[in-house]
Design a protein around this ligand. Structure first.
Ligand code: 57M
Length: 358
């Protein structure tokens, strides 16, 4: 909004010219979301406590988690408010991709809120029935894919890291890929959110990586130099990624061990879905598998465990997702979290290096 209001005045006030720069607005979107989180966080935690919106701890989990019973959850509301307000303030609201990621965040956020509400407020431990939870996610993801495939400047070509000349045009077959990326990312982040700070750390790292990818993809000179597809308008998503970084850092202030608040599905589902959407818009969908490798490892650990248990009657891990496996091996919760953050940073650096290695 500030871009539309203030940039046009730069003829009279030269310093307002700075609002044209995405880098400037991404930095201030980060700082704005961070300040909103710091200001709103304590108040929201008090409200969640007052309304007894506390986490029920399942007894099948690690015993060390029992002390967490009653920790306020649905803290993702704080993250979403910070992201949405900061994006509305600093992004160019004439950009179609900004409204697409806002739609994704709001839509997946409603699904997560509904799930949390049933679990925490109505005390229905299973929450939203899987067929509704995944059904609504699929509908949203299909709507996003159809919007993109009907966007004039958007191509259904698939780009691979390292291979600059192999760009198959999938046509409408691109739709199921987009749906898989967005719904997969949403649920992988959801599964990862099982230790204090474990999900928000890689979310911040992934957002930094995609802030850079979106900026480069939306800049003709950089895109041509790096031989990556130029996606007109995708650079504005750097402002949105900045808002996620700021909101994530602010939430981490309260979610760091021992956590004062959990994000809930109202936080994990929309952020995963939004990062998936940014990856798709910037035409670096497959790169998300590397950048978000922690989320992929966590989801694969569950799939492996369930398949092994159902087919062989044996577990591969002491418990899945894999963060519980390390807990049961005796690693302290914080040790698991920090080590997963280190791996996330390594994967993000490797991912960014592929932009040059083509
Ligand atoms: C999402 N939710 C956490 C919190 C957070 C199919 C199966 C793999 C499903 C999976 C599952 O239920 N996943 C749900 C993970 C839960 O966190 C809440 O959920 C929100 C995120 N969606 O914001 O509100 C627990 O995680 C802990 N936590 C923290 N700090 C945080 O900052 O300590 C969360 C955030 C919280 C708290 O204890 O209660 C979760 O783990 O449920 N199920 C599992 O992940 C279970 N694994 C399991 O059953 N494994 C089986 C296989 C056959 C599926 C096995 O390996 O044998 C584990 N989770 C729990 N208990 N709670 C282990 C058992």
């Amino acid at each position: 909004m500030l871009y539309s209001l203030l940039y046009p005045l730069h003829d009279h006030y030269a310093f307002l010219n700075v609002f044209r720069y995405i880098t400037f607005r991404a930095i201030y979107a980060t700082l704005t979301a961070l300040i909103i989180s710091f200001l709103l966080g304590p108040y929201l935690i008090r409200v969640l406590r007052g309304w007894r919106i506390g986490q029920q701890i399942r007894d099948v989990g690690p015993q060390s988690h029992q002390v967490k019973s009653g920790t306020p959850t649905m803290g993702g509301i704080l993250i979403l408010i910070a992201i949405l307000l900061s994006t509305l303030l600093w992004a160019d609201l004439k950009n179609r991709y900004i409204w697409l990621v806002i739609f994704t965040t709001f839509g997946f956020g409603l699904i997560g809120f509904w799930d949390d509400y049933l679990k925490v407020v109505r005390k229905k431990s299973e929450g939203l029935l899987p067929r509704y939870k995944f059904g609504f996610q699929l509908i949203l993801a299909i709507m996003i894919a159809v919007f993109l495939l009907n966007s004039p400047a958007y191509s259904s070509k698939l780009y691979f890291p390292f291979f600059k000349h192999f760009t198959p045009d999938l046509g409408w077959l691109y739709l199921p890929l987009v749906v898989f990326i967005i719904v997969g990312a949403s649920n992988a982040v959801n599964l990862t959110d099982g230790l204090d700070g474990l999900a928000i750390g890689p979310i911040i790292v992934t957002s930094v990586a995609y802030l850079i990818v979106a900026y480069i993809s939306g800049n003709h000179k950089f895109a041509d130099y790096l031989l990556i597809p130029y996606i007109e308008g995708s650079g504005e998503l750097s402002v949105f990624c900045g808002a996620i970084i700021g909101a994530g850092l602010g939430f981490l202030w309260f979610n760091a061990y021992p956590a004062s608040v959990f994000m809930g599905d109202v936080g994990s589902l929309p952020i995963g879905g939004a990062l998936g959407t940014v990856a798709v818009v910037s035409k670096h969908e497959l790169l998300l598998l590397l950048v978000g490798g922690i989320f992929v490892i966590e989801a694969l650990s569950v799939i492996t465990q369930v398949i092994s248990f159902k087919t062989r009657g044996k577990r591969v891990f002491l418990m899945s997702p894999i963060h519980h496996h390390f807990e049961l091996k005796g690693w302290h919760e914080s040790k698991v979290v920090i080590r997963f953050w280190i791996i996330a940073i390594i994967l993000a650096l490797l991912s960014l290096s592929t932009l040059k290695l083509r």
